[in-house]
Ligand binder design. Structure first.
Ligand code: EPZ
Length: 437
């Protein structure tokens, strides 16, 4: 199993181009099931995206990747089931459900089940599809059998929570449904706006009201489009936090600063100097961050839950005490146990984590508990005194293109070891000095 070897404290400096947004590319690929030939540019090369391409091929689309561009071509036929192996490879595969039903009038998928972040129910998805005329029953081993004998019917939907995935599933199901669908209480993430732009480019008729209401007028058929995926705001925020945590200076390029406002506000208040341009952000970190105050995760445009772990890594070595409140997921503090191994002072009670900054973290034997928790552990190790070994880095491969390579290019003392690991750091990542954990 691959590991990261971190030589110890590094000051991150330089510029990095940010890849396309994983959480925009995934619903766009799910929607490609019902579109004509598409050219999807700036499509990130991530393991989650690779799974989505496998699902797309299984569902009857020919898929070709050439560098950062993915070409899709819809074939006749195709399956209406997603095999369990593919469903379980990526929890967000559920976002394919609406498109499969729209294309085939039926679908069979296994329940995605929980993941490292908690239960991850899909009740909002299913309640909305039922209101659109889908019959859904559970068969035996957690398989959902869905059918829309009279096709999908537009309807009024009020979501009890602005679920990103449920909003995406409904939009994809509604674009070729009969009549009009109106979603109130929908999620407003930039990735949803990008899905809407992609679908409108394919001939859909989707509008967004100033109150966030999304209205979809069903159309007969969708054609193809050439679409460029928006930049990944979480990857951008992660690299900016790397500079903040190590007292370095990083410019993230090819980004939309407007998607980063809540993260930049916290980093600015913690003592970072932030300069934004039309498609880049330059951040200089102080010698030591101030406390972050109270950090509450909220639906967009609030502070994103996907940045919580990474910002907590920053709080771990900051002055004073920072308080985190995780309002989106019921189990998103698994990274805390790993940060404690580095000497962090963090106490968790339910959704609240109290972080008392320590002057210095130390290296250790660590593992990634999930995608964003893993990124947090890496950043904390880069600010720690002494070497670290970080395992389970397959989680990071799901959401960051060449994470260690990008950090090394920014001066980080980190390397990726693909071979089986015996646990000794016989040399630092960059200098080759003798170091033992
Ligand atoms: C998307 O997940 C993102 N994933 C997540 O990013 C992100 O953290 C999340 O939105 C919130 O912004 C993708 O876009 C692929 P939700 P999703 O439905 O759609 C509850 C990352 O690191 N809920 O908005 O699964 C749910 O349990 C990933 O890139 C229900 O109760 O998120 C959770 O507590 C992690 N019933 C909350 O809503 C439902 O039917 C938010 O879930 C659906 C959701």
């Amino acid at each position: 199993m691959a590991v990261y070897i971190v030589g110890g404290k590094s000051r991150i400096g330089g510029s990095v181009r940010i890849h396309g947004a994983k959480n925009a590319a995934l619903p766009i690929l799910a929607a490609a099931v019902i579109c004509g030939d598409c050219v999807i540019e700036n499509c990130p090369d991530l393991t989650d995206v690779a799974v989505a391409l496998d699902i797309l091929q299984h569902l009857g689309c020919r898929v070709v990747r050439e560098g950062g561009t993915v070409y899709t071509h819809r074939l006749e036929g195709g399956d209406h089931c997603i095999p369990d192996a593919l469903m379980s490879a990526m929890r967000s595969s559920i976002v394919f459900l609406g498109g499969i039903i729209a294309r085939h009038g039926k679908a069979e998928v296994t329940l995605p089940g929980g993941c490292e972040l908690g239960k991850r129910p899909i009740d909002i998805h299913l309640a909305a599809l039922r209101r659109m005329g889908v019959r859904i029953r559970e068969k035996g081993s957690g398989t959902l059998v869905c059918s829309a004998p009279r096709g999908l019917q537009g309807t009024e939907l009020a979501l009890p929570f602005p679920s990103v995935g449920a909003t995406e599933n409904i939009i994809i199901a509604a674009v070729t449904a009969r009549g009009t669908t109106r979603i109130t209480g929908a999620a407003r993430e930039p990735e949803i706006r990008d899905l809407i732009a992609f679908l409108n480019g394919c001939g859909a008729q989707i509008t967004c009201g100033v109150d966030g209401t999304i209205t979809i007028q069903g159309v007969e058929k969708l054609h193809g489009v050439t679409h460029r995926v928006i930049p990944d705001r979480i990857a951008a925020g992660t690299f900016l936090c790397a500079a903040a945590i190590t007292g370095g200076s990083v410019e993230v390029q090819d980004v939309n600063p407007g998607h980063l406002l809540s993260t930049l506000a916290y980093l600015n208040n913690a003592g970072c100097s932030v300069t934004t341009r039309i498609d880049s952000v330059l951040l200089r970190g102080p010698e030591r961050l101030n406390e972050l105050g109270i950090v509450k995760t909220l639906p967009y445009p609030g502070f994103p839950t996907d940045m919580q772990a990474v910002l907590m890594a920053a709080a771990a070595g900051a002055k004073g005490t920072s308080v985190f409140v995780e309002n989106i997921f019921d189990g998103r503090y698994r990274h805390v146990s790993e940060l404690l191994k580095l000497g962090a002072d963090i106490r968790v009670l339910d959704r609240v984590a109290v972080v008392t900054g320590v002057p210095e973290l130390h290296g250790g034997q660590l593992r990634c508990t999930d995608l964003r928790g893993g990124a947090a552990v890496v950043l904390a190790a880069l600010s720690a005194q002494g070497p670290s070994v970080i395992r389970e880095i397959r989680h990071i491969d799901r959401g960051y293109e060449d994470f260690s390579g990008s950090l090394r290019a920014l001066g980080a003392d980190i390397r990726r070891e693909e071979a089986e690991w015996n646990g000794n750091t016989d040399q630092s990542a960059a200098s080759g000095d003798e170091k033992k954990l």
